[in-house]
Design a protein around this ligand. Structure first.
Ligand code: HEC
Ligand code: HEC
Length: 167
């Protein structure tokens, strides 16, 4: 190693040491910036995770089928909300679909139901949209069998997260 190479080495070591110190300081700075999340901000219930809060009970004004007004659609093509109670009709099972007992009215499709009568299940539900979209069959297709997968009931509950969606 000649004299020049030796000074180069020393320079290099110096630079590396300075770089290491800068990195250490930067690291310490970063560590300080991490903000801790408060217990109370972890879930939708804004209290400590050690609390056992009593949520406000939600209620419904829905009555038995036949006693209710239908709910306006929130957007075009939205599955209409179920305006009546459904406790007695769920769960939907392969051999027992109470929703169909009242709503499976293929002969009445396209007719306005009389006050208090069920809305007929529409033609789209009798059509296999994936394999044979042009054909209206004589039965509700499997993809539409579990009505509650798409149709939901109403509840008068304070939303846990605010929503600004407008029709
Ligand atoms: C005993 C008969 C009956 C049963 C069982 C029943 N419904 Fe209904 N449904 C009605 C009637 C009647 C209406 C009209 C609104 C009203 O008066 O409650 C209706 C309205 C609806 C509507 C609103 C349609 C629109 O035009 O906006 C939907 C959706 C619906 N029902 C879905 C269901 C689902 C899903 C089930 C099963 C979990 C079900 N219904 C079980 C009788 C019934
Ligand atoms: C995959 C989602 C889905 C499933 C499952 C489903 N629906 Fe629907 N339903 C919709 C959508 C979307 C609409 C509105 C567009 C349309 O008419 O196809 C609708 C419309 C309706 C309507 C209103 C018809 C009208 O003329 O206004 C009734 C009644 C209904 N469905 C009943 C049922 C019943 C009963 C079941 C179970 C046997 C069921 N649906 C299963 C998505 C679904």
């Amino acid at each position: 190693m000649n004299e020049y190479e030796e000074t180069d080495m020393k320079q290099c070591v110096k630079i590396l040491m300075v770089a290491a110190v800068i990195l250490l300081l930067a690291g310490a700075g970063c560590a300080k910036k991490v903000k801790e999340t408060e217990d109370s901000q972890l879930g939708l219930s804004k209290t400590s995770v050690f609390d056992n809060p009593d949520p406000v009970l939600a209620s419904t004004t829905a009555g038995e089928p036949g006693e209710n007004q239908t709910v306006d659609a929130y957007f075009n093509e939205a599955p209409p909300m179920i305006p009546h109670l459904i406790e007695d009709f769920i769960p939907i099972r392969i051999g027992e679909n109470m929703c169909m007992e009242c709503h499976d009215l293929p002969d009445a499709i396209g007719q306005e139901p009389a006050e208090g009568d069920p809305t007929p299940i529409p033609a789209s539900h009798y059509t296999d949209l994936r394999n044979d979209p042009g054909t209206v069959t004589d039965h509700v297709v499997g993809a539409r069998f579990t009505c509650t997968q798409c149709h939901a009931t109403q509840l008068d509950a304070e939303p846990l997260v605010a929503n600004t969606y407008a029709r």
